[in-house]
Design a binder for this molecule. Structure first.
Ligand SMILES: *[C@@H]1O[C@H](CO)[C@@H](O)[C@H](O)[C@H]1NC(C)=O
Ligand SMILES: *[C@@H]1O[C@H](CO)[C@@H](O)[C@H](O)[C@H]1NC(C)=O
Ligand SMILES: *[C@@H]1O[C@H](CO)[C@@H](O)[C@H](O)[C@H]1NC(C)=O
Ligand SMILES: *[C@@H]1O[C@H](CO)[C@@H](O)[C@H](O)[C@H]1NC(C)=O
Ligand SMILES: *[C@@H]1O[C@H](CO)[C@@H](O)[C@H](O)[C@H]1NC(C)=O
Ligand SMILES: *[C@@H]1O[C@H](CO)[C@@H](O)[C@H](O)[C@H]1NC(C)=O
Ligand SMILES: *[C@@H]1O[C@H](CO)[C@@H](O)[C@H](O)[C@H]1NC(C)=O
Length: 568
C-alpha cells in the first residue's frame, strides 16, 4: 500500500470535496428562525413556531396552530403540531390523534385524513372541509421517538434507505443530503413503554399550554383516536421483515390503560401532574389483538364474507391458508400460546415474534403472494399502489421554507426501524383486547370503526373484536342488531352499539376511513365525542343508558366490484 503522506491525504480529500461542493450545494436544513422557547413549572421545555401565521396549513383567520418540540429528556425530543379548534377552543375538548406503524407518523393522519389542511400537487396547502378541528382541539404527535421529525440525536449526511444509517457519501446519485433523526429503535419497543413516554409528553404539553396559547383552553376532556398507518415506502416483496402494520389498535388500548392508571395515581396523590378526563377511545381499522383477528385475514378473501362479492384468492389457496391457520403448530396455536404467556416474560418476546412471523407468512401472506388480481392491501377496490391517498405532503416537508415554518431543522423520513424493533419484542402479536375490557369498566366510550374495503385490518376482524370484548354489557351488545349509519339523510355504513361500545362498518372505505368517507367519519367522531348514538346522532347516551341498536344480526350490505382494468 502506498503511503500518501499528510499532504497527499489532505489533497486527496480536499479536491473531491471542492468538486462536490461546486455541483452540489449543501442540502442540510438551516436552523429554524424565530423559534420561541417556553418552560413549564415542572421543567419541561417546549420549542415552537406558529406555522399558520406563515400560511402553512391552518390559515383560517383567528385560529391558532403551533408546531415544534416537546423536550422531555436530553435524548427525547417529540415533534408536535397542535391545532386549536375552529369552533370554541376554550371549551372544546382535546383530541390526541396517533397513527400506528409502529413508526408511522401522525402527520399521515393530519394531511391525509383529519387535519385542517391537505397538501396538493403544486406544493401548497388547502383547507379541508371535514377537519376534526371543527369539533375539537387536535394534537398530533410523532411518536415513538424516531418517527417523523422526532429525534434523540441528529446526524448529517446521506440516508442509506436500506439500513437507515447516515453515510458521509451518497450510495448513488439519487441520494440527497440531509440532517436526520438518529435514535435507538430498541429503547422503546413495546406499546406499554411507548405509553409511558406518551404520558410524559402529554404532561409536558399540558403544563406549557397556558403559556403556549392565549385561548384559555380549559376543558380537561381528552379523546384518543387512532388510525394506524404503514410505511408506504416499504416494498411488499420484503413484507415479512419490513412491512409496517396497523398498529394504532395496539397504541389505543395500551395508552388509555396506562393513562387511566396514572389518573388513579393522581387521584391518590401518589404522582404529580394533570389528570386527563378520558372520554373516548376511537380505533380506526386497527389491529388490537392478533389472536382474535388473524383468522379473518384468510376469511376476508372470500367474496361471500368481505361484502364485495369477489374472491381475492382461489379456492385452493383459501383452503391452504385455512389449513395453515388451524393445523397443529400452525398460526392460531402460536397466537394462542403467545397470548397465554406472561406479558413481561422473556420467553414471550421470542414466542410472540415467532407467532407473528408464522401468521404473516402462512396466513396473512396468502393474499400477497397468490392474489388472483393485483388488488390493493389497504383498499381492495383499487389496484395495488392506488389503494392509498396521495402523499404530496412528504416531499413538501423536505423543503427549506416549510421546515423553517414548522420550527424543525431535520429532513423528514417515514422509514425507520421501529416496526422491526416492535416485531422482535413480540409486541406485535401480543393482544391488547384485555385493555379494552378494562377501559369498558370505566366511563370511557370505545368506538371501533372499520372501512370495509381494507384487507390488512379488515372489518370482519374488527367485528370479531367487538363481540369478543368481555365487559358487563357484552351479552346485550351481542344481542344488538345492525342498523344504518345515517349522515345527511344517506346511509354510509352499519353500526352495532350498546352503551359504551360501538362497532361501525363503513362502506366503500379503505384503511384510512376519513380520507375515503370524510363526512361519515367526521360525524362518527362528532357523535362519539358528544356521546350520541352513532346511527343517527339524535339520542343522548348519557340520558339513555339502555340504548341499543336494533336490526339484523349480521351486516347485510354488499357492493359489486368490477374487475380491475387489464394489466398492460
Ligand atoms: C433535506 O432538506 C433540504 C431543505 O432544507 C432539502 O434541500 C434536501 O433536499 C432534503 N434532503 C432530502 C434527502 O430530502
Ligand atoms: C395549487 O392548487 C390549488 C388546488 O388545486 C389551487 O387552488 C391553487 O391556486 C394552486 N396554487 C398555485 C400557486 O398554483
Ligand atoms: C382568557 O382569559 C382571560 C382571563 O379570564 C381573559 O382576559 C382573556 O380575554 C381570555 N382570552 C381569550 C382568547 O378568551
Ligand atoms: C390457484 O392459485 C394457485 C396460485 O396462484 C395456482 O397455482 C393454482 O393453479 C390455482 N388453482 C386453480 C384451480 O385455479
Ligand atoms: C354534531 O352532531 C350533532 C348531533 O347530530 C349535530 O347537531 C351537529 O351539527 C354536529 N356538528 C357538526 C359540526 O356537524
Ligand atoms: C332510548 O333508546 C331507545 C333505543 O334503545 C329509544 O327507543 C328511546 O327513544 C330512547 N329514549 C330517549 C329518551 O332518547
Ligand atoms: C328497538 O326496538 C324496540 C322494540 O320495538 C324499541 O322499543 C326500541 O325503541 C328500538 N330501538 C331503536 C334504537 O330504534
Amino acid at each position: 500500500m502506498v503511503t500518501l503522506g499528510l499532504i497527499g491525504i489532505l489533497l486527496a480529500s480536499y479536491v473531491p470535496l471542492v468538486h462536490s461542493l461546486a455541483i452540489n450545494p449543501r442540502q442540510v436544513p438551516a436552523a429554524a428562525e424565530g423559534v420561541k422557547t417556553i418552560t413549564s413549572p415542572a421543567g419541561v421545555t417546549l420549542r415552537y413556531k406558529e406555522p399558520g401565521k406563515d400560511g402553512i396549513c391552518e390559515t383560517t383567520s383567528g385560529v391558532n396552530s403551533y408546531s415544534g418540540y416537546i423536550d422531555i429528556a436530553p435524548d427525547v425530543h417529540v415533534f408536535f403540531w397542535f391545532f386549536e379548534s375552529r369552533n370554541d377552543p376554550a371549551n372544546d375538548p382535546v383530541t390526541l390523534w396517533l397513527n400506528g406503524g409502529p413508526g408511522s407518523d401522525s402527520l399521515i393522519g393530519l394531511f391525509e385524513e383529519i387535519g385542517p389542511c391537505q397538501v396538493v400537487e403544486n406544493g401548497t396547502t388547502v383547507l379541508r372541509d371535514h377537519s376534526w378541528t371543527e369539533l375539537s382541539n387536535v394534537l398530533f404527535l410523532s411518536q415513538p421517538v424516531g418517527t417523523g421529525f422526532s429525534y434523540s440525536e441528529k446526524g448529517e449526511g446521506y440516508l442509506d434507505p436500506t439500513y437507515l444509517i447516515v453515510d458521509e457519501k451518497p450510495g448513488d446519485e439519487t441520494e440527497k443530503e440531509g440532517r436526520w433523526s438518529l435514535f435507538d429503535p430498541t429503547k422503546e419497543d413495546t406499546s406499554r413503554l411507548a405509553a409511558i413516554t406518551c404520558w410524559e409528553v402529554l404532561q409536558g404539553f399540558y403544563s406549557n399550554l397556558p403559556q403556549l396559547s392565549a385561548s384559555n383552553i380549559s376543558s380537561t376532556d381528552f379523546h384518543l383516536w387512532f388510525v394506524h398507518e404503514l410505511l408506504y415506502e416499504v416494498d411488499l416483496l420484503i413484507w415479512i421483515n419490513d412491512r409496517a402494520e396497523s398498529f394504532g389498535g395496539h397504541w389505543g388500548p395500551a395508552f388509555m390503560k396506562y393513562f387511566s392508571e396514572q389518573n388513579d395515581k393522581l387521584a391518590a396523590g401518589t404522582t404529580e401532574g394533570r389528570k386527563l378526563n378520558m372520554r373516548t377511545l376511537g380505533i380506526v381499522n386497527g389491529i388490537v389483538d392478533e389472536q382474535v383477528q388473524t383468522q379473518y385475514q384468510i376469511k376476508y378473501t372470500r367474496g361471500e364474507l368481505n361484502g364485495y362479492g369477489i374472491d381475492l384468492v382461489n379456492e385452493t389457496m383459501y383452503e391452504y391458508g385455512r389449513t395453515n391457520l388451524d393445523r397443529p403448530d400452525g398460526c392460531q396455536q402460536h397466537l394462542n400460546y403467545c397470548a397465554s404467556l406472561d406479558r413481561d416474560s422473556l420467553v414471550r418476546r421470542s414466542q410472540c415474534s415467532a407467532a407473528q412471523f408464522v401468521c404473516q407468512s402462512d396466513v396473512e401472506g396468502i393474499y400477497y403472494t397468490f392474489k388472483t388480481e393485483n388488488r390493493g392491501v389497504y383498499d381492495i377496490r383499487y389496484e395495488a399502489g392506488k389503494d392509498v391517498p396521495p402523499d404530496f405532503w412528504r416531499p413538501w416537508l423536505n423543503t427549506g421554507p416549510v421546515q423553517n415554518s414548522l420550527g424543525v431543522d431535520l429532513n423528514y423520513t417515514s422509514a425507520n426501524l421501529l416496526y422491526s424493533a416492535f416485531s422482535l419484542s413480540g409486541d406485535f402479536a401480543a393482544g391488547y383486547l384485555s385493555d379494552i375490557d378494562e377501559l369498558l369498566k370505566s366511563d370511557i366510550h370505545v368506538a371501533l370503526v372499520y372501512g370495509d374495503a381494507d384487507y390488512i385490518c379488515n372489518w370482519l376482524g374488527g367485528e370479531a373484536l367487538s363481540t369478543a370484548a368481555e365487559w358487563s354489557g357484552a351479552e346485550t351488545f351481542k344481542s344488538a342488531g345492525y342498523t344504518d349509519i345515517i349522515v345527511g339523510g344517506d346511509a354510509y355504513g352499519e353500526v352495532r352499539q350498546y352503551e359504551r361500545l360501538s362497532f361501525s362498518r363503513v362502506w366503500d372505505a379503505g384503511h384510512e376511513v376519513p380520507y375515503w368517507q370524510p363526512s361519515a367519519a367526521f360525524q362518527i367522531f362528532n357523535r362519539t365525542l358528544n356521546r350520541l348514538d352513532i346511527a343517527t346522532g339524535k339520542i343522548k347516551l348519557d340520558e339513555n343508558s339502555s340504548y341499543k341498536t336494533n336490526g339484523t344480526a349480521k351486516t347485510t350490505h354488499t357492493t359489486t366490484l368490477s374487475p380491475l382494468p387489464a394489466q398492460t
